[in-house]
Write a protein that binds this ligand. Structure first.
Ligand code: 13P
Length: 261
């Protein structure tokens, strides 16, 4: 059987409390009818963490709890920050790190991203490490170089047993929130490249095992084709994860690909 896919919803900084409750309830209700093989992760803003951890802890829950960011520091005097220990104490299972929006607006470097990954791994939370190039970098033909450096500086420094508990999301910055998706061929080409870097460093078995997702204007219409690519293990979904019907269609696309293989 094919490797199960993973579909992660990144809500970014959206929704008020009632809307967040409503969105989670709708997704839970819709998914109740499915015997899912796809793993679904919801990453709301941290202030709503309990909404997802409450649902995710139910025995028949169809999704896991995730968040979008974590502090690079352990508990202590860091006003406004949220630690990996806190996430672990709330039973958060996954956490996005190094999203391009954090790199761009909050100055996150690969060094900070790596610290955050270690904080998460030390607390038994799966980091979902984002990488990707800008439009200028792609136009200049530097996309492999840029993504390669991000992977080398973070993923390739891990121990094999840490990589086993880590996921990667390739999100070309020019495709995020723009409606312009990477073509399935572009996504496949980059994910295969990332996997080849992992293979070189860690060997074939771990390279095959590692989850590498695509993100960037993935939607109900293009998900099936993207997820059908051999190296695409699922999606990191922004805008479309805020609309239950669209998000469910994306999960259905993942299910279709698993069943057809
Ligand atoms: P969009 O799906 O809105 O393009 O966002 C992708 C993303 O950044 C997910 O982390």
């Amino acid at each position: 059987m094919a490797k199960p896919k993973i579909v992660i919803g990144n809500w970014k900084m959206n929704k008020d409390f009632e809307e967040a409750e409503d969105l989670i309830t709708k997704i839970e209700e819709e998914l109740a009818d499915y015997q899912l093989q796809t793993e679904v992760v919801l990453c709301p803003p941290a202030v709503y963490a309990e909404l997802v951890t409450d649902h995710a802890s139910l025995e028949d829950s169809r999704f896991y709890a995730g968040l979008q960011n974590v502090s690079e520091f352990p508990n202590g005097a860091y006003t406004g920050e949220i630690s990996a220990e806190m996430l672990a104490s709330m039973d958060v299972d996954f956490c996005i790190v190094g999203h391009s929006e954090r790199r761009k607006f909050f100055g996150e470097t690969d060094e900070i991203v790596l610290k955050k990954m270690h904080r998460l791994l030390d607390n038994q939370i799966v980091p979902v490490m984002c990488c990707g190039e800008t439009l200028e970098e792609r136009k200049a033909g530097k996309h492999f170089e840029v993504v390669g450096k991000q992977i080398e500086a973070t993923i390739c420094t891990l121990k094999p047993e840490e990589l086993e508990r880590t996921m990667i999301a390739y999100e070309p910055i020019w495709a995020i929130g723009t409606g312009e998706t990477a073509t399935p061929a572009q996504a496949q080409e980059m994910l295969a490249f990332i996997r080849s870097l992992i293979e070189k460093k860690f060997g074939t078995e771990l390279a095959v095992y590692t989850y590498i997702l695509y993100g960037g204007s993935c939607n109900a219409k293009n998900a099936l084709e993207l997820f059908s690519q051999p190296d695409v293990d699922g999606g990191l979904i922004g805008g479309a994860s805020l609309k239950p019907e669209d998000f469910i269609k994306i999960i259905e696309a993942a299910e279709t690909v698993i069943k057809d293989n």
